[in-house]
Ligand binder design. Sequence first.
Ligand code: PLP
Length: 389
Amino acid sequence: MSILDSPQTTQLQLRPGIIELNWGQPDPELLPKEAVSSAAAAVLARVGGDALSYGAAAGAGPLLAWLRAHIAQTEPQAVAADEIAITAGNSDAIDQVCTLFTQAGDVVLVESPSYHLALRIMRDHPLRLVPVATDEHGLQVELLAQTVHDLQRAGSNVRMLYTVPTFHNPTGVSLSAERRLALVQLAQQAGFFIVEDDVYRELHYDAPAPPALWTLAPRGTVLRLGSFAKSLAPGLRLGWINGSAQQVRRLVDGGLRDSGGGVNHLTAMVAGELCTTGGFELYVQRFRNAYRERRNALLAALSEQMPAGCSWQVPAGGFFVWVTLPAGLDATALLPHAEAAGMAFIPGANFHLDGRGSNTLRLAFSLYPPQELVHAAQRLGKAVRLLHA
Ligand SMILES: Cc1ncc(COP(=O)(O)O)c(C=O)c1O
């Protein structure tokens, strides 16, 4: 059997000769292989079969205890024991929230642009997704208020907002402090809840991340989704949700966990061991250093290589640079030229529900070392100049 016949192991598939800045994934070279291996050995030696049994419905106790201590240390509010549960990562949590907290026909508000794969998850549910524009300060909360008002007047049940307020995917922007407050107030007044996808919180490169929405609102207003996908490793398939005790109980008492127990119990036990022995801080710091260097390399190369009329904002965290091309230059039409030059990106229209953003594109700087990012920027600049003579 040749390697070409072997079944695929990872989601990531790279094409030879193309620097693929379309994948928003951590660099496998940076992932904590040895630390996971020794944590797994330690936990199996200590707790044996309990690590391989069905787990407690809310999630593995040691990991929950570490998370609560970590949140109490790094965020302005602590989480009570009944306000948090382990999830299988944010994708799983979004799906579960839609299953348990929405009904067919409900309106779900989303940012435009929004994380395109969250849109796919929500589209698996019979919901009505309504986009609201963002700008350089994040979601336009006044526009959101108007949209909610109009929808409610027309008799729609505005149920939830899905948002990535910190180091946004795809724009890299964090919602401003004023808008954070205005947003949680609006949610309370208008009676919808917020799903805060906080997947990039730990990956800050200039200053700590702004306070999460869930710390700014009374319990019940915000369900915050945290994930180990970017702060440890996506293959662990682990994250957490925090909300009101009532919301968390709904999840923990659901049929999924009643049948299968706490999700990904073995990996949660391994992650608990890794985190309680100092591995989390160690690796997060390494990731920050590596990704900061990559971000800076890409930004510097873009400044050198991109023709006049192109612009972007400096992301203070996360994985992405969002580029705006000169008006009229279509990123979808640009892509084959960029690939022919040896690099790839995701056209911005993929992150909108309604075809907006045709002159924008997303670059991920997480997967490649700095020198490759410089080459990618050179190739992108070349392709843009070709089309925008
Ligand atoms: C905004 C956002 N949410 C969720 C995810 C996926 O999270 P998880 O791996 O925890 O399912 C990603 C990954 O790219 C993301 O960018």
